[in-house]
Ligand binder design. Structure first.
Ligand code: XMP
Length: 259
């Protein structure tokens, strides 16, 4: 079963398009066990309201993907969810291949990668490795932070046609050409989501981070074409993560029903 089918099954099971970003503030490395327990507690509380868990350096570094993080990954799968490794893979192909191989071998279902490095000796080995594991590759197309315009938003000449285009539009086209399983466009830029949706024509789902603390709004992200919402601190830093996840899931569900 492919990653896209696996995440869709989780969406149906929990009636949720929320991808939980399992992030916590810096913890003294001596207290790594506390961090792991906290991650497991949040997961135990919110799993009925999400479809996937996105993990990044917040947990890769202190817990280790083959060490304590294995407990978290096991729980993700036991709950019928999928795990996305947000390492924003961004190096030369031989290194990218090893990075991707470790994440898939650890049990992740998909990896996030940066199309800036290109295909040949860049992301091609990542797609090949993902194929071996029936895993997914999700590409950054327009990030959610303010400085995103300096890279993803610059106007560049298309290397094939010479035509001037916004960088992120070319990345969306590459996502189609390379057979990506998802693209990331910040919820903080609904106009960019709309443009990317137009380029993708519904063939690849859009994942949108930046809801809440970064200023993104659920309704405008969904209305513009986001299919999945990536949500971190609005859930993990909430007084009651379960209540918060349920509320966000229900708001998204209600809005999608209206569309
Ligand atoms: P918050 O707490 O702001 O966390 O809900 C968002 C999570 O998503 C990550 N993030 C991104 N990941 N492309 C990505 O692949 C992006 O544009 C992007 N913006 C935020 C962030 O690291 C955190 O885990």
């Amino acid at each position: 079963m492919t990653f896209r089918v696996r995440i869709e099954e989780a969406v149906k099971k929990n009636c949720s398009n929320i991808v939980l970003a399992l992030d916590f503030p810096f913890e003294n490395p001596a207290n790594r066990q506390t961090l792991c327990t906290r991650a497991e507690r949040v997961l135990d509380a919110v799993y009925p309201y999400i479809c996937a868990v996105k993990i990044n350096h917040h947990l890769f570094l202190p817990l280790g993907v083959f060490d304590a993080l294995q407990k978290v990954l096991k729980k993700v799968h036991e709950k019928g969810l999928v795990a996305i490794a947000d390492a924003k893979i961004n190096d030369i192909g031989s290194t990218n291949q090893v990075i991707a191989e470790y994440y898939f071998a650890a049990g992740f279902d998909a990896v996030i990668a940066n199309p800036f490095v290109g295909w040949e000796e860049g992301l091609q080995p990542v797609f090949e490795t993902a194929g071996k594991y029936h895993g997914g590759v999700i590409l950054l197309v327009y990030m959610s932070h303010k400085g995103a315009s300096e890279g993803y938003g610059q106007t560049v000449a298309d290397s094939e046609t010479g035509q001037k285009q916004p960088q992120y539009v070319l990345f969306a086209r590459k996502a189609l050409k390379w057979g990506a399983d998802g693209v990331v466009v910040g919820a903080t830029y609904p106009d960019k989501i709309r443009k990317v949706r137009e380029v993708l024509g519904g063939k690849i789902p859009i994942y949108s981070p930046g809801i809440g603390p970064q200023g993104g709004v659920i309704a405008s992200a969904l209305e513009s074409g986001a299919q999945y919402l990536i949500v971190g601190r609005a859930i993990t830093a909430a007084e009651n993560p379960a209540e918060s996840a349920k509320e966000i899931r229900n708001m998204a569900k209600a809005y999608l029903n209206k569309l």
